[in-house]
Design a binder for this molecule. Structure first.
Ligand SMILES: Cc1cc2nc3c(=O)[nH]c(=O)nc-3n(C[C@H](O)[C@H](O)[C@H](O)COP(=O)(O)O)c2cc1C
Length: 651
């Protein structure tokens, strides 16, 4: 098949393996395994879907080699025992069915293991916690080292038995192997610490023993961090150190190196949010490609195939590592090959995936792809629409997602959008600085609707009467919500504006501005106002800013906002708006506080539009409210709501 991404679809080689193209799905923990570490049906279907989507090689998520001393989560995939082999074989078969190869990423957490789950003090090269304040591990004895090395070897043997095409040793992100690499974590004075050769001895001996067990040709990848990007923290690893490790491993005869970045002290250089410009770390992989002769796999915040192709053209790597883009759209590679790249649903770097695992201790999910991780549970949607008409009112993320699944089911879908473009609140979300990926998502969803044959009517402020003309068997109301305006003295003053109007650029406050509320919209509005030179006061009723926002995103946003030295008042409630400014109540000591301001920006969240859904319910039997029209939420909640409504609809 002709393709414009000629580099991406060139065959590649890893050792003696031929890979059908240059796209590699990099390892990403899902917590979809069963509690006993075996691959679940949910996990198998998730990987099968991505193999179907065309990647040449999947390196699956971190896979435990030791379920005694290394228990990072409750649902981690494992090859630590023989009983894990049978389900692992089902997983490799599912991937092979679609022509992709699969490696297992063998992992030991060392200091990062969770003592609350393992019931043991974690083991590590030295007594250095994974990050300051985390549990202090016990330095490994020689017996510990020997035992754990053998566990890597045994897991590699199991991987081969289960049909894996190769294994990857997880030497990145400050897990056990990486802890041995690093003078920050490794303070040993024996032959496993000190010089580079000594710090590499732990992995060297594992590689020797795997080769001895599985022969010289069983492919071995090692993932390392090319640069930890913590140059101000002594003893952490920079690019020169990374290159020295890479050269050492090449000398050891590994087949491929997988370059990540960051560390346990700096996860952002590995998995970066929308704040980073794709390409910011490509010099790291390029240095490896230039200085090593084994193939280089590298991630680089790849959100679309054109950028993947560009990286290959520039000689940054031999294989492009696709991470979160594979969550957002498992058909990324297939669509690229078929020239349908404008239908690829873009990862928006919102970090919901990380937040779910790290904060909520839940399994993985993706804000823009409600099917992700639910492939097995949902199966394919029923194809029972039979051309019957349905109406979707509102072209925001929930409405678009509902329309897509309804169209897939074979309903004749008409979507009414009162604005002149699709996207709804996404059009707000894409305005703040660094959020242009959301525009790519809107474009992709718009194109998907077009391909699905949805009749999109723009500038159509739907009324029950208009919709009635379609005689729909179902009406899905995704009309969004209105900003909350509290009833208080002075609220009707002309100096009070909504955050939404600021973000849209409809009003441009000047001078002294107070933003009330520091949720996501409040913070993004604050950034816009601070950048525009306003003298900013931020007011939050709770005791800290950014309630509910994932720390990674919050720190980035506040880092940028704090550069403008705003006045931040937490534990303060807005009581009234006066001619001079605002009156607040300090909730800690009940004192009254007056702040003189020229403009008050309300960012207090949204509430379903009163009476709108009800006006449809009065006319139709089958009315379903979706997303903000039902209850407020983030893109994740809204798109999931839209999917579920369309999926489960029984006319
Ligand atoms: C939810 C999640 C889980 C991850 N788990 C792993 C893992 O198990 N092993 C690993 O080496 N990297 C892991 N990573 C890092 C990814 O492999 C990758 O380096 C990162 O997502 C950056 O690539 P991207 O910009 O293409 O997403 C994980 C990333 C995410 C988002």
């Amino acid at each position: 098949m002709e393709t414009k991404f000629t580099k991406l679809f060139e065959k590649g080689k890893i050792g003696r393996l031929q890979v059908k193209n240059r796209a590699v799905q990099v390892p990403m923990g899902t917590d979809f395994a069963n509690h006993d570490g075996t691959a679940s049906m949910r996990m198998i279907r998730y990987y099968e879907e991505r193999a179907k989507g065309g990647v040449g090689l999947i390196i699956n998520e971190y896979t435990g080699v030791d379920n005694v001393d290394s228990v990072p989560t409750n649902y981690m995939y494992s090859l630590a025992e023989d009983r894990h082999i049978a389900a692992a074989e089902q997983l490799t078969e599912a991937v092979h069915r679609h022509g992709a190869l699969i490696f297992a990423q063998l992992h030991h957490g060392g200091a990062t293991s969770n003592p609350l789950l393992s019931g043991r003090t974690s083991i590590a090269p030295s007594d250095i916690p994974a990050s300051p304040g985390k549990p202090v591990p016990r330095p490994m004895t020689k017996e510990d080292i020997e035992r754990v090395q053998q566990k890597f070897v045994d897991a590699a043997v199991r991987a081969k038995k289960a049909g894996y095409d190769g294994i990857e040793l997880h030497g990145a992100h400050s897990y056990l192997i990486g802890q041995f690499f690093s003078p920050y974590y490794n303070k040993r004075t024996d032959e496993y610490g000190g010089s580079l050769d000594n710090r590499m001895r732990f992995i060297d001996e594992i590689i020797d023993r795997i080769r001895a067990e599985l022969g010289p040709n069983y492919p071995i990848s090692v993932r390392i961090c090319g640069d930890e990007f913590t140059h101000d923290i002594p003893d952490t690893l920079n690019l020169d150190d990374g290159l020295a490790i890479g050269k050492h491993l090449e000398g050891k005869g590994i087949d491929v190196i997988n370059i990540s970045n960051g560390s346990g002290l700096n996860g952002n250089a590995n998995c970066d949010s929308y704040s980073y410009t794709p390409g910011w770390k490509k010099h790291v992989a390029k240095a490896f490609k230039e200085q090593l002769s084994i193939p280089v796999i590298a991630t680089n915040t790849i959100k679309n195939p054109a950028f993947a192709e560009q990286l290959l053209e520039e000689g940054v790597c031999d294989f492009v590592g696709l991470g979160r883009s594979q969550f957002a759209d498992p058909m990324f590679v297939k669509k690229a090959r078929e020239g349908r790249e404008d239908e690829i649903r873009t990862c928006i770097g919102c970090m919901v995936c990380r937040e779910r695992l790290l904060v909520h201790r839940n399994s993985l999910a993706c804000a823009v792809n409600p099917r992700m991780g639910r492939e097995y549970i949902l199966g394919e949607p029923k194809k029972d629409g039979d051309g019957r008409p349905v109406a979707v009112v509102g072209g925001g993320p929930g409405g678009m997602q509902a329309a897509l699944v309804l169209a897939e089911r074979g309903f004749k879908v008409t979507l009414f959008e009162k604005g002149d473009v699709l996207g709804g609140t996404l059009n707000l979300a894409d305005k703040p600085p660094h959020k242009n990926l959301i525009q790519d998502l809107i474009n992709a969803l718009t194109r998907q609707l077009e391909v699905a044959g949805v009749d999109v009517r723009l500038n159509a402020d739907a009324t029950p009467e208009m919709v009635k003309e379609l005689s729909p068997v179902g009406v899905f109301v995704a009309s969004g919500a209105d900003p909350i305006r509290p009833n208080m003295p002075g609220i009707d003053s002309p100096k009070v504006v909504s955050a939404e109007s600021v973000v849209r650029g409809e009003v441009s406050p000047k001078g002294r501005v107070a933003v009330i509320g520091t949720g996501m919209t409040g913070l993004e509005t604050s950034e816009i106002l601070a950048e525009a030179g306003c003298e900013l006061t931020m007011v939050e009723m709770l005791d800290s800013v950014g309630p509910g926002i994932f720390a990674v995103i919050l720190n980035e946003l506040m880092g940028r906002i704090n550069a403008y030295s705003p006045k931040i008042l937490t534990s303060h409630r807005l009581m009234s708006i006066t001619a001079d400014g605002i009156e607040l109540k300090n909730l800690e000591d009940s004192s009254d506080v007056s702040i003189p301001v020229d403009c008050v920006v309300l960012a207090l969240g949204v509430t379903p539009r009163k009476g709108f859904v009800e006006s449809f319910e009065a006319v139709f039997d089958n009315v379903y409210a979706i997303g903000d029209a039902r209850k407020g939420g983030r893109i994740y909640d809204t798109m999931l709501d839209g999917y579920n409504a369309g999926y489960s609809f029984e006319p």
